[in-house]
Ligand binder design. Structure first.
Ligand code: PMP
Length: 309
């Protein structure tokens, strides 16, 4: 991924992709104190646009503030930089990973005078897992690793170091032959996937865990809005147990990269009646239309979520 043509946004300037290197003592590399976003751009009827870039940029600034990283930049600067990163690289359907990190001015947890840097890599993205995952659904394994706790880390911050926990859980599931993992919070209630929020459908009502251990996902919010406003559905944000997932009519993951991915089975239990996922399909259809910039079926109401590149 490093050996290719292209441009890399770093602290307000563009550098050639192959020259986007850092010193081995870069502080964030050693202790994981940094934060990032995953943002997506799509090709639409009027050219490329970023989806909900304002919300992602707000979350990045909030993460950096909560981590007390001393980031001195503004949302408009970062949004324009993300647009420019796409234009410079000739990208339309893409994933961007704006990242805030400490430089190599010092080592150790007490290091002073560290620089706070922002990089914005962008690359082509089509499917996060596979082309047919959205159709077939995922086989998921509940993790033996707990998700974060509000008094151990900042659950609302998208912190680099948090993803050690995600990877421990995901790697165990993948090595055992599953597609994804479901993580429970430290009390054993359903939290989220390794990089996705989770929803259940039961008797036509949507349920999703409240935002304690799980990330406050932007796709999660989009789905809640679409379900309430476009499908007239009731959505409950509450504590959910693992057996409620086993016995749900439907279950699906949401995320910027993942979009909407059905969960076919959890821990070997088939969810719902095999393959019939009317609510998930409807939400997938609406979400795909929305992010691709279609305006019919009332989706014009959300045009502010599309930021032209
Ligand atoms: N949870 C975790 C742990 C994630 O990494 C992500 C991806 N950012 C999500 C949930 C989904 O969040 P979003 O919809 O904002 O991408």
């Amino acid at each position: 991924i490093s050996d290719r043509d292209g441009w890399f946004w770093l602290n307000g300037e563009f550098i050639p992709w192959r020259e986007a290197k850092t010193h081995l003592l870069t502080h964030t590399l050693h202790y994981g104190m940094g934060c990032f976003e995953g943002v997506r751009a799509y090709d639409g009827p009027n050219g490329a646009h970023l989806f909900r870039v304002e919300a992602h940029t707000r979350r990045l600034l909030d993460s950096a503030h909560s981590l007390d990283m001393g980031l001195e930049t503004t949302a408009p600067v970062l949004i324009e930089a993300q647009c420019e990163a796409l234009r410079r690289n000739g990208l339309t359907n893409a994933y961007l990973k704006p990242t805030v990190y400490f430089g190599a001015e010092g080592m150790g947890l007490r290091a002073q005078g560290l620089s706070t840097n922002v990089m914005i890599p962008a690359w082509y993205l089509d499917h996060y897992i596979s082309a047919d995952a959205a159709e077939q659904g995922l086989r998921v394994l509940t993790s033996s690793w707990s998700r974060h706790h509000v008094n151990i880390s900042l659950c609302r911050a998208k912190t680099n170091g948090h993803y050690v926990n995600s990877m421990l859980a995901l790697n165990t599931a993948v090595k055992a032959g599953f597609d994804e993992t479901l993580m429970l919070d430290p009390e054993g209630y359903v939290a989220e996937g390794s990089a996705e929020n989770i929803f259940l459908v039961r008797d036509g009502v949507l349920h999703t865990p409240e935002v304690t251990s799980c990330l406050q996902g932007i796709t999660r919010d989009t789905v809640i809005v679409l379900a309430r406003e476009r499908l007239g559905m009731t959505v409950h944000e509450r504590r959910i147990t693992r057996d409620e997932v086993y016995t749900a009519d439907e279950a699906f993951f949401t995320g910027t990269a993942a979009e909407i991915l059905p969960i076919r089975e959890l821990d070997g239990r088939q969810i719902g009646r095999g393959g019939e996922r009317p609510v998930t399909r409807e939400i997938q259809r609406l979400y795909r239309s929305l992010v691709r910039g279609e305006r019919d079926n009332g989706l014009a109401a959300y045009r502010d979520w599309l930021h032209p590149v």
